[in-house]
Design a protein around this ligand. Structure first.
Ligand SMILES: Cc1cc2nc3c(=O)[nH]c(=O)nc-3n(C[C@H](O)[C@H](O)[C@H](O)COP(=O)(O)OP(=O)(O)OC[C@H]3O[C@@H](n4cnc5c(N)ncnc54)[C@H](O)[C@@H]3O)c2cc1C
Length: 833
């Protein structure tokens, strides 16, 4: 066994094996994989092997697409047939809402080049007469996917990996990890059989590895403990049953018909596929419990839990309804195995928080589907420093230190039971809430706030009726304009015409100071640093010159800075910042960095009357001028006093109106809220939620992190040259310049359907040609029509270009506008008074 390698992969399931394969494929010739038992002995062996394309996320769709294409090539490379049955995948809809969901998904699929077609109930019946169709609205059909044998595909990847020089060591368990400062020392223990259990022997080796990847499946909690980090990957029970032969199916096939596609009856929470003349029924039922919250017992190896038939009775009856011929078929076999989940259903793939050269690939619930693509893109990340796609939505640091085992377990159970719900883009899930609340939460709730979940925080999405029933927000959801839409319209108008107050407490905030702080930030971010008392918008880049974090930098002193970034990404931003500081402090000098996110509350007040509201509260020797342009210009900061509350006021407004962000001590939030509310009464101030704010910022072409800004585009591609100082040297600059502009960010006004706005996932056409995609969408109160932002090929990124947006399966007119179609000269933001 080797004791020194470049990369050590821990875990020989589908995911770990694919990562080892792809690291070798990407050129690393010294890769070893450790598996504590046998390859595939985790969840992989008992997976049903379905390879569904369907996923509402752009990154995950790319991952699934790569897997499906890659698995088709494996036999040629390895000589092993992985049993890929390309039978297609039929996703049926019983309601118009489900069709709306598929239409949104299909538009996303097109942005990734994933093929699909629509089928009517009659077309389904004509092709597959065993399926009952009279209660269906239609279906979405992917003819290129199907199912595969999970163990065989893993073995094929293992063979391919070995052929490329990967060493695979079975019956060795990684038991301890130690970072020396330059590499990892991993203690591995030889595992032996004892009384049917797999137990550690006395034989141990220490393996030196430059990089370690963990793909430990259901053992993620043990891995987390060994690494001293948190990983919210905890399995949930998942069942499927195999039924005896169905005589009608046997006859149908004997007549020469091809195999049925995988049949997904999403409204009945189940999938069905053929298996030797019978059917397999898999379900995503309610009340499936989380397992192994504190680790997998030694006694649980390639084992299963007992079948719980009662729990899946409803889905079983629904299957008999859908395929009546199976009613007499008996139960032949059953599987109830642990399937790893995460709170949002996406796996955790990327650098581990706080650790160097430690990569996680944990929490896979569709791990057979995702293994190929995960290996490919993670290898890019490790070998080249970045992947072609933005991996942020999979990054392990999207949950912070506030996350607990109890949270992960309950949220994972919820996620499992939500697999087949309607995936409304405006969905909010109820489990484990409220958890992180700012002090004004109760006051906002009393005023009708309907909250959204941001990194655990409760943040008002919009303010609904005061007497709203508990189900109000649930019932307000839609793929079109939901029941909340009118409230957001009123809120957006309030900011354009009067004044509104937005809770932005969830913002990530860091304080950076010390002798090395200025030089460090000058290198770390791409814009000029602001002068003392001023503010700049700037970007920290990846080594590939794409956007890693967007910062509002406030310069508090010569060597003291207050950094504000997106609320959803606190741990993600903190990790990158801290690692960069560690690397650069020896060069630039001592730098202190504090995450002060939970110490500061933030209210954003905006609208032409916002100064009037603040004037009534501000305490100053000359209160009438303290907020004037002369004393408090746009893009500057002042410490002011609002009544008895000390406020770090920042003159910026993400809505594009006159406004200030009021950063205040969190413990004074309720005092400040009451003062603002009282002073605002006279001016008709409205409480405003995140949805209206999201629309307003699009009228100003303000890019948002996670949509327009991410690791797949440079700030030049985001068309933000004014925030890049090419005269200085900064991290990622060379690659930014080298990359050029592959596609460009634009704003579009859209003549869409009368009852729907885009969500920011839709495909864009120019004539018959697919030319880009939306990354944001919504409604513009200023223009009275839909609005969106997105990326198109640079030659088309010219104001006046007419494109089409695909919404609800139709193409709608859209026109590229000037940047900032609303108040392009920023006169409203600069308004004096
Ligand atoms: C009933 C059921 C049906 C499913 N159907 C599908 C499906 O149709 N399609 C689909 O895409 N997915 C399906 N899944 C999910 C799929 O099985 C998993 O997502 C996938 O197997 C995860 O692969 P993995 O490599 O991450 O984990 P695993 O297969 O669990 O592999 C992890 C491996 O790591 C090893 N290991 C752990 N810790 C250590 C250590 N310290 N040292 C050495 N080795 C270690 C374990 O022994 C294990 O072999 C299903 C799951 C279930 C339960």
């Amino acid at each position: 066994m080797k004791t020194q390698v470049k990369a050590l992969v821990v875990g020989g399931g589908a995911v770990g094996t694919s990562i080892a394969y792809h690291l070798a494929h990407a050129g690393w010739d010294d890769v070893m994989l450790l598996e504590r038992d046998e390859l595939t002995s985790g969840s992989t062996w008992h997976a049903a092997g379905l390879l569904p394309y369907f996923n509402m996320s752009f990154a995950t769709t790319h991952i699934h697409d790569y897997s499906i294409r890659f698995y088709k090539t494996l036999e040629e490379e390895t000589g092993l047939n992985a049993g890929f049955a390309v039978v297609g995948n039929l996703r049926m809809a019983q309601t118009q809402e489900r069709m709306d969901e598929y239409m949104l998904y299909a538009s996303t699929a097109e942005t990734c080049g994933v093929p699909y077609q629509w089928m009517t109930p009659d077309e389904i019946k004509a092709k597959w007469p065993l399926i009952r169709t009279e209660d269906l609205k239609g279906a979405l059909y992917h003819h290129t996917d199907g199912y595969i044998n999970p163990a065989d595909v893993t073995m094929a990847m293992a063979k391919g990996a070995r052929q490329r020089g990967v060493a695979i060591e079975r019956k060795w368990q990684a038991d301890a990890f130690h970072w020396t400062g330059t590499h990892w020392e991993v203690t591995a223990t030889k595992m032996v059989e004892k009384g049917g259990n797999l137990v550690p022997s006395d034989e141990q080796v220490v393996i030196t590895a430059e990089h370690v990847v963990t793909a430990s499946g259901n053992h993620a909690q043990r891995t987390a403990q060994m690494l001293g980090i948190k990983i919210p990957a905890i399995p949930v029970e998942h069942q499927f049953i195999v039924m005896d032969q169905d005589p009608d199916l046997v006859k149908f096939r004997a007549e020469g018909h091809v195999e049925h596609p995988v049949i997904r009856d999403a409204d009945a929470q189940s999938y069905v596929r053929e298996e030797r003349g019978g059917w397999i029924l898999g379900v995503y039922e309610q009340n499936a419990p989380a397992r192994f919250e504190y680790g997998v017992p030694d006694s649980f190896r390639a084992d299963l839990f007992q079948l719980d038939l009662e729990r899946i009775e409803e889905q079983y009856l629904a299957m008999i309804h859908r395929i009546p011929s199976c009613e007499e078929s008996g139960l032949k076999d059953d599987f109830n195995g642990p399937i790893c989940y995460t709170p949002d259903g996406n796996p955790l793939v990327g650098p581990a928080p706080g650790l160097r050269n430690m990569w996680l690939a944990e929490g896979f619930s569709f791990g057979i589907t995702a293994a190929g693509g995960t290996g490919y893109y993670l290898a890019q990340l490790m070998v080249e420093g970045e992947a072609e796609i933005d991996m942020a939505s999979l990054d392990p640091k999207r949950y912070g230190d506030w996350m607990t085992t109890e949270f992960a377990a309950r949220k994972n159970e919820e996620c499992y039971s939500h697999v087949y719900i309607l995936h409304h883009p405006d969905e909010e899930r109820p489990a484990c809430r409220p958890l992180r609340t700012s002090p004004a939460y109760d006051r906002q709730a009393a005023r009708g706030a309907q909250f959204g979940w941001v990194n655990g925080w409760e943040r008002p999405n919009y303010f609904g009726p005061l007497d709203a029933p508990e189900s109000f927000d649930h019932d307000a959801r839609s793929f079109r304009r939901g029941g909340w839409w009118q409230y957001a319209v009123e809120e957006a108008k309030a900011i354009r015409e009067g004044v509104g107050l937005i809770d932005a407490t969830a913002f990530t905030k860091h304080l950076l100071k010390g002798p090395g702080a200025t030089q460090f930030l000058d290198w770390f971010t791409c814009n000029k640093l602001p002068k003392v008392g001023r503010i700049n918008l700037t970007y920290a880049l990846t080594p590939h010159g794409t956007t890693r974090t967007e910062y509002t930098i406030v310069r508090l002193g010569e060597d003291e800075y207050y950094l504000v970034s997106a609320g959803a990404w606190t741990a993600y931003d903190a990790d990158y910042l801290r690692k960069a500081i560690e690397d650069k402090a020896p060069e630039f000098g001592y730098i202190e960095c504090h995450d002060v996110t939970t110490q500061w509350g933030v209210f954003a007040i905006a609208g032409p009357k916002s100064r009037d509201v603040l004037n009534a509260l501000v305490k100053d020797a000359e209160p009438s001028t303290v907020l004037s342009n002369k004393r408090f210009p746009w893009l500057s900061m002042r410490n002011i006093e609002l009544g008895m509350c000390p406020v770090r006021a920042i003159r910026v407004a993400y809505t594009g109106e006159l406004g200030w962000e009021l950063h205040h001590p969190i413990e004074m939030q309720n005092y400040l809220f009451d003062q603002l509310e009282k002073a605002g009464e006279k001016h008709g101030m409205k409480l405003v939620g995140a949805r209206a704010q999201n629309w307003l910022r699009q009228e100003k072409s303000y890019r948002a992190f996670g949509t327009e800004l991410g690791r797949d585009a440079t700030p030049l591609e985001a068309d933000l040259p004014r925030f890049i100082d090419l005269s200085k040297d900064f991290h990622g600059k060379a690659r930014l310049e080298e990359t050029g502009v592959r596609s460009k960010c634009v704003t579009l006004l859209i003549d869409g359907p009368p009852d729907a706005d885009p969500w920011g996932r839709e495909v864009l056409y120019h004539g018959q040609t697919r030319v880009g995609r939306l990354t944001s969408g919504g409604y513009s109160v200023a223009f009275g029509k839909s609005i969106g932002m997105g990326y198109v090929s640079p030659d088309l990124a010219v104001p006046g270009t007419r494109l089409k947006v695909k919404m609800l399966d139709q193409l709608w007119d859209a026109e590229i506008t000037e940047d900032s179609p609303y108040d392009p000269r920023n006169e409203r933001i600069r308004m004096d008074g």
